[in-house]
Design a protein around this ligand. Sequence first.
Ligand code: F3S
Length: 399
Amino acid sequence: MSMRLTPEEQDMLDGKLGKSVQKSMEILTTLGEIFDAGCMVDVYSVQVAGVSYANLGEAGLEFLNEMAEDGNVKVLTTLNPAGMDRENWRALGIDEEFAKNQIRVIEAFAKMGVITTCSCTPYFIGNIPHFGQHIAWAESSAVCYANSVIGARTNREGGPSALASALTGRTPKYGYHLDENRYGQVSMKVNAQVRGTDEFGILGKTIGDKLIKLGKNIPLITGIPSATVEELKSFCASIATYGGTALFHMEDITPEFHRYPKPSGNVYEINQEELEKARFELVDDNLEVDFVSVGCPHASINEIEKIASLLKGKKVKREFWITTARPIKRIADEAGYSKIIEDAGAKFAADTCCVVAPIEGRFKGMIVDSAKACYYGRAKNKFKVRIGTLEECVMEATK
Ligand code: F3S
């Protein structure tokens, strides 16, 4: 189906608003035609992924520089984690050549007016849509959080399509932007106690694995009496990683649970035994922990406060990273948490993380409280991994 464009969108496509806008509109209309979108929708905000130089390389940087020649963002736009902490990269062992290239990437985004805070939790740092708003976000865990927990509407964008939305303020109206694609497809009842970021990550893996087997995308979940923001962000990261899920509905927790017709058919039960099996799958044999990382997705100020209280007066014996967005780190500085954490010898890795940083093979074994970090720690960085509670992570770092 060819796209119906407004006169302004047609001007964008015809190049009347500049080369980068034209290229962006070409990307978006092509996407729209592939997915039969029919028209565009205005977006409130954008979150761009593909920020680490390790993923972009020179070809990606060339594309960004081309877009930055005359491109300027039309809406609030933030970035996914970069390959390094711009202030603390030396202490984190990042080499100088990589640092130079990563800075070139950030500069290209800055030239386009992007807010260069790099975080997978944009909702903690002011990029926060309200219920029903259309957005164009790219990071899978944030997409899942925005669609499910906030009730905003986004497809999982790629780097170029998210940037194209930033430069035009539009996205093609298909997929999760439409009511009819947001219905729950399969019911799941959790018959187990789930608490803490690690257990919510394990639940996300269990449901995600089940969804893949069933060939379904959107679960309707019951049996969870309550969940914190941190538990939900962990769950979102995990179900997106293991199930490719961009939207779920959770009774009494997410806003659209009762909005759409319910799926007919089986209710699949998730029991304690399955969760234990999933936990077992996230613990490698013969693990020798030499790296502890907390903050996948990026740590909240609550989590940092908890880490500070657990570390107070102690010294860490292993490399220990706390990954978070820089504005959250600044709050931790003001609250005095950073001093406690840094005095203990742990390191902040702001605006980056243990997956996108170029640390493949640097450590033997990593303990994390995140099921997503387990997946990528193994797959991308070739570490052995173990999932544990936040308390166990801190204990492992100090023992
Ligand atoms: Fe965020 Fe990195 Fe985890 S981007 S979700 S901290 S893998």
